[in-house]
Design a protein. Structure first.
Ligand code: ATP
Ligand code: MG
Length: 335
């Protein structure tokens, strides 16, 4: 007798709708997510409650950004036929479970979170001294466990959040006397940390990004402004491709050309301007398909609405089961 097929492991991942997605999001997350769809049962979320935690002073952009992020998701190969693609606030069960789990989360666990401490120091342009921001990882825990997700693809900055999620789950299960919630595992993405035009990490909030939606003329302008090897002033000066952000981009976006590009740089066979002009073409070609797909989707907003409606329906059905179970265990709801 043939073995019964094993159920596929489940993945949840999300992005905050704080802007359009960029090349860093593409190489660090979307390319990986697209592949994961072949092997896992995937839930991809547009985390608008999480966006509100830092954008609450000017929340008007969140809705537009949800639309932009959804378009980027689909344009880059996330498939609503295979994956559940949804907006967090369409499934208010997340908020309800967040409240319940917050009862099981000691404040000291949140205050010692290194990612929180770092953001408090770094994110000076926004006031994040609010109640919700401290509890950011508790909502994230709810996001994960409400789908019984086994794996969460994350970058290193997210590891403390995942560890906290696991601790909350263990505490809850221990107090309830059974394995009510699934303890998730981090699935570290071996993603390159793409640097932006100014050599800091490419980020939506630093204004140093190339967006997936950028047309060729914008890409060209941005690439021409990239900082190259600071020691190479004239074409005749030998370059140091290993220290040059532009050459690093070749490694990621046109790996078969990288060695040749590095040789031309090191041996002064071309100048930085030639190198950038060529990179702009590589990127424009790479983004041509998502750009065309974006245009198609923009012309059919009804398709976007349908994707979100279907995603919300599927996500909510799964979320309700876990929430009902948790409510029964915690004395809430039905008598
Ligand atoms: P924000 O500035 O609002 O924090 P962001 O550009 O840092 O936005 P996030 O929404 O925080 O983007 O990250 C979404 C996903 O993209 C995460 O999985 C993150 O690891 C990945 N990511 C973000 N920036 C980069 C980058 N420069 N290189 C590689 N991966 C990245
Ligand atoms: Mg970020």
């Amino acid at each position: 007798m043939a073995d019964a097929p094993r159920p596929r492991k489940r993945i949840l991942s999300g992005m905050r709708p704080t802007g359009r997605l960029h090349l860093g999001n593409l190489v660090g997350a979307l390319w990986n997510w697209r592949m994961l769809q072949d092997e896992y049962d995937c839930f991809f979320m547009i985390a608008d409650y999480h966006a509100l935690m830092s954008e609450y002073e000017k929340p008007a952009g969140i809705r537009d950004n949800c639309r932009e992020v959804l378009i980027d998701f689909i344009a880059c190969g996330l498939d609503p036929g295979r994956s559940v693609i949804f907006r967090q606030s369409d499934v208010p069960e997340h908020a309800e479970l967040h409240l319940i789990l917050s009862c099981y989360t000691p404040i000291s666990w949140l205050e010692r979170n290194p990612t929180y401490k770092e953001q408090m120091e770094q994110l000076t342009s926004k006031d994040i001294h609010n109640y919700s921001f401290l509890g950011y990882p508790v909502l994230q825990t709810a996001d994960i466990v409400i789908y019984r997700a086994n794996l969460v693809p994350v970058g290193e900055d997210q590891l403390p959040h995942l560890e906290l999620a696991r601790e909350v789950v263990r505490r809850f299960n221990h107090l309830m006397g059974r394995e009510a919630l699934v303890e998730p595992q981090a699935k570290l993405t071996a993603s390159p940390r793409l640097l932006g035009l100014d050599r800091r990490k490419m980020s939506k909030s630093y204004g140093n990004q190339i967006d997936i939606a950028d047309p060729p003329d914008v890409i060209r302008k941005k690439v021409m402004s990239m900082i190259t090897d600071p020691l190479r002033i004239r074409v005749a000066d030998p370059g140091h491709p290993e220290d040059c952000n532009v050459c690093q981009y070749y490694k990621v976006f046109d790996p078969s050309a990288h060695d040749d590009v590095a040789d031309k740089c090191r041996n002064s066979k071309w100048g930085c301007t030639d190198c950038k002009r060529h990179l702009a073409e590589v990127l424009s070609t790479l983004l041509a398909e998502p750009r065309a797909k974006r245009a198609e989707l923009e012309a059919h907003p009804e398709q976007l609405h349908a994707i979100l409606a279907e995603g919300a329906r599927k996500a909510q059905a799964a979320a309700r089961e876990v929430l009902n179970d948790v409510k029964a265990l915690t004395g809430l709801g039905k008598m």
